[in-house]
Design a protein around this ligand. Structure first.
Ligand code: ATP
Ligand code: MG
Length: 394
């Protein structure tokens, strides 16, 4: 029988009456993710999704990598099914896991018997298989407490499954079970991580990027689209709304005191994002803000920014240290792109002494000199929609 994957469900198993809808969503998400890699059967039983290639032309390695990026899956194992008989199980352990066993100093066998009709219990299965493995690999010690390598045998309804240690899955909840959010995506380290974190909670995401040509370059925009593409590996296909922001920034520069540039600019970002988000059916905005990181991320500044709109704004990184954010960025694969040296519109006309504790009434009075509605309408008109997906070009 061909090699296949067992994907163990994560938090979904804690759901009550609505568990089936979460499971069905997850199963269809896995099936969709497997499509670029060939024809696979995807079915769900006993809190496990089985992914089975239908023919030899499937790209097993590509599919295996993709399994690690599906939200809702706690762990993934690559395994080989066989007949539910000790002889068959041992042969698969020897042939399929032999290379790993040969390099290990010690091993143990751990068995699970979901099919209670199987004549041996799990301890007996482990002893039987373990004894034969030890005979076949006499230099590898048995160590049931702290082995170098563990062989897993699972006796399930249709077959027995043999595998080595499972690998962590993407965790979280199945995409599409948590509503839809619009992420304000810059070219920095933080916002792609924030996008990944909100998506991990089962939320479908769209991104919005503000772009200030000619103050920011075409390459800066391409970098952001690439970041969105990297996030879409986990979140699935998304739209990025690229908003021309130059006129608004120039109007703020020409009409407002310098120390208020950033806060007023951010309030414009929020208003535009709220309108685009509503068009996409999104129920909240998400930013990469992090308390105390920069002048615009004090409590007072964030309150004044959020006050420009009605929609809730979530900040998944709010309490994280930079180091933690960077390590997540590395883990999800966005870090290298984030540190490419292209400027962001937030660094255009940066005040020398930004207001760290703005008072809302004062901010409203200052921005009141601007024709806010017509600036918003102009920016919305000057918005390009780009579809981004992990497979295929932007
Ligand atoms: P990042 O690393 O994500 O750029 P940051 O620490 O540099 O964040 P800021 O530049 O103040 O912080 O931006 C805070 C948040 O505002 C970002 O995380 C992002 O959500 C949003 N933001 C900033 N610039 C843009 C932009 N050009 N387009 C869309 N959103 C933006
Ligand atoms: Mg930034």
């Amino acid at each position: 029988m061909n090699e296949m994957f067992l994907l163990k469900l994560g938090e979904v198993v804690l759901k009550g009456l609505n568990r089936f809808s979460f499971e069905n969503k997850l199963k269809s998400n896995v099936a969709r993710r497997m499509r670029p890699y060939g024809s696979f059967d995807v079915y769900l039983k006993q809190s496990t999704i089985y992914v089975e290639p239908n023919n030899d032309s499937c790209d097993i390695d590509g599919a295996w990598e993709a399994c690690h990026t599906v939200f809702g899956i706690a762990s993934v194992c690559r395994c080989r099914p066989c007949d539910k008989a000790i002889d068959a199980i041992f042969e698969v352990v020897r042939d399929y896991l032999g290379d790993d066993l040969a390099c290990a100093g010690s091993f143990k066998v751990e068995s699970k018997r979901a099919d209670k009709g199987f004549p041996l219990n799990s301890i007996q299965i482990s002893q039987e298989v373990g004894g034969r493995v030890h005979e076949a690999f006499p230099h590898v010690r048995v160590d049931v407490h702290n082995p170098d390598y563990t062989v897993y045998v699972e006796i399930r309804d249709h077959a027995a499954y043999v595998h080595g240690p499972a690998e962590p899955g993407a965790g979280g909840l199945p995409t599409g079970t948590g509503g839809r959010a619009a992420v304000l995506l810059s070219g920095g380290i933080d916002s792609p991580v924030a996008a990944h974190m909100i998506a991990k909670r089962g939320v479908e995401i769209e991104c919005i990027h503000f772009f200030s040509y000619p103050y920011t370059s075409e390459q800066a925009k391409e970098k952001v689209l690439e970041l969105a593409r990297l996030v879409s590996r986990y979140s699935g296909r998304m739209t990025v709304d690229v908003v021309g922001f130059t006129k608004i920034q120039e109007a703020i520069r020409d009409n407002c005191p310098e120390e208020y540039f950033t806060i007023i600019m951010r309030r414009f970002m929020m208003r535009i994002a709220e309108r685009i988000a509503r068009d996409h059916g999104c129920k909240c905005l998400v930013t990469g803000e992090n308390l105390g990181q920069v002048a615009s991320q004090t409590m007072e500044a964030m309150a004044a920014t959020g006050a420009a709109i009605q929609m809730p704004v979530f900040h998944p990184l709010i309490g994280m240290d930079k180091e933690e954010i960077v390590s997540r960025a590395r883990k999800i694969g966005t870090m290298e792109t984030s540190i490419l040296p292209y400027e962001d519109c937030c660094t255009v006309f940066t005040p020398r002494h930004p207001k760290t504790k703005p008072v809302l009434a004062e901010v409203e009075r200052i921005e009141g000199v601007l024709d806010i509605e017509s600036l918003l309408a102009g920016a919305l008109e000057n918005t390009e929609k780009v579809t981004v997906r992990w497979h295929g070009a932007c």
